[in-house]
Write a protein that binds this ligand. Structure first.
Ligand code: ATP
Length: 330
């Protein structure tokens, strides 16, 4: 039995991630197929407070599947964290006749969604962040594209590092999580990967690895540092002091957020956007659309926010086993 929904809003919030547009497109087109009107709220929760919106027709989202960023813009709103701010957002929803909102973003966005749902506006969350650190889902939109972008940059760096027999320290994004760094580190065959989840021991985690790599015959070294694990310039200085080689530092920064979404991000975003709209009709609102063991599932926001994802530390073992560890026995 499907519930009657006339109009929904869709917004993107928090940090942008490649694939957000694909999710917006899926929301608009799925809504259309169910006879639901779709309103695009610009600039996340901020736009809901100020009444910054546009009516989205199926044609409004043509040609955005391949585009990075978000056509709805994104923002962070301190005002939305206050009850007064959220009252204004509720008033906008009432004024627009919105029966529910699809909120595409990260944990912060879902915390805002939970508060809004408690004030009577149904919300469905869609996880999107390049950090892949949202506890309730095995995968968040944008991670694959960000990994590919980082890998592409590091492969290019490797060409020049190899030619000059240099050491490179590369800082990747990820905030307090090492998912991006470890995944990328494995994919580029890094000499060492530093993540916030593992307390840094510069001697063991970096210097010894470079020494081992040298013994194995390497003349160039790639150290991948998650932004939450330490500053790339500090790591480089420690390498210089300890081992006498002069590393080059590259901070990849916001370049990792951009670019056309990968196949995985387009496909995942499309499926998540579709199920987000279906969730309203099936009375599964106030949930986050998650991927658990490969399947899409809707988890209540409150429960979703309590869930934690931890880094699979066996990947460290894998990185070392197929990297430097294998060589001395040759
Ligand atoms: P990213 O992972 O890219 O940072 P995010 O969704 O976690 O994305 P945040 O800046 O943490 O990004 O949150 C986005 C917005 O959600 C905030 O600017 C704020 O408006 C709202 N928000 C966050 N936490 C709360 C909260 N506790 N109560 C109400 N609103 C919140």
């Amino acid at each position: 039995m499907e519930k009657k929904i006339d109009r929904i809003g869709v917004l993107t919030s928090g940090g942008d991630a490649p694939g957000m547009n694909a999710a917006v497109r899926a929301v608009v087109r799925t809504a259309q197929s169910m006879g639901i009107e779709c309103i695009g709220i610009r600039r996340g929760w901020h736009g809901l407070i100020s009444g910054d919106f546009e009516v989205l027709k199926p044609g409004s989202v043509s040609h955005i599947l391949t585009r990075g960023g978000t056509i709805l813009y994104t923002a962070r709103s301190e005002e939305f964290k206050t009850k007064e701010g959220r009252k204004k957002a509720v008033a906008t929803c009432k004024m627009l006749g919105i029966d529910g909102i699809v909120a595409i973003g990260g944990d912060g966005t879902f915390r805002g969604a939970l508060e809004l749902s408690r004030m009577g506006i149904p919300v469905v969350g869609v996880p999107a962040t390049i950090d892949n650190d949202i506890g309730c889902t095995n995968y968040s939109i944008g991670f694959d594209t960000a990994c590919n972008t980082a890998i592409d940059c590091i492969d290019k760096l490797r060409d020049t590092m190899q030619s000059h027999e240099r050491c490179s320290v590369i800082e990747v994004m990820g905030r307090d999580a090492g998912f991006l760094a470890l995944y990328v580190g494995i994919a580029v065959g890094a000499t060492a990967v530093l993540v916030p989840e593992k307390k840094l021991n510069i001697e063991e985690d970096v210097i010894e690895k470079i020494r081992d790599s040298r013994i194995a015959g390497n003349t160039h070294f790639m150290i991948v540092v998650a932004e939450g694990a330490g500053k790339a310039y500090d790591i480089a200085a420690a390498i210089r002091d300890e081992i006498g080689i002069d590393p080059r530092v590259t901070v990849l920064g916001h370049i990792q957020r951009g670019g056309s979404p990968s196949a995985r991000d387009r496909e995942t975003a499309t499926r998540m956007g579709y199920y987000a709209v279906k969730a309203f009709a099936e009375e599964k609102e106030n949930t986050v659309i998650c991927i658990q063991n490969g399947a899409i599932t809707a988890i209540p926001i409150e429960e979703a926010l309590k869930m934690k994802r931890s880094l699979q530390m066996d990947r460290y073992e894998i990185l070392e086993t197929v990297g430097i560890k294998a060589f001395p026995e040759d």
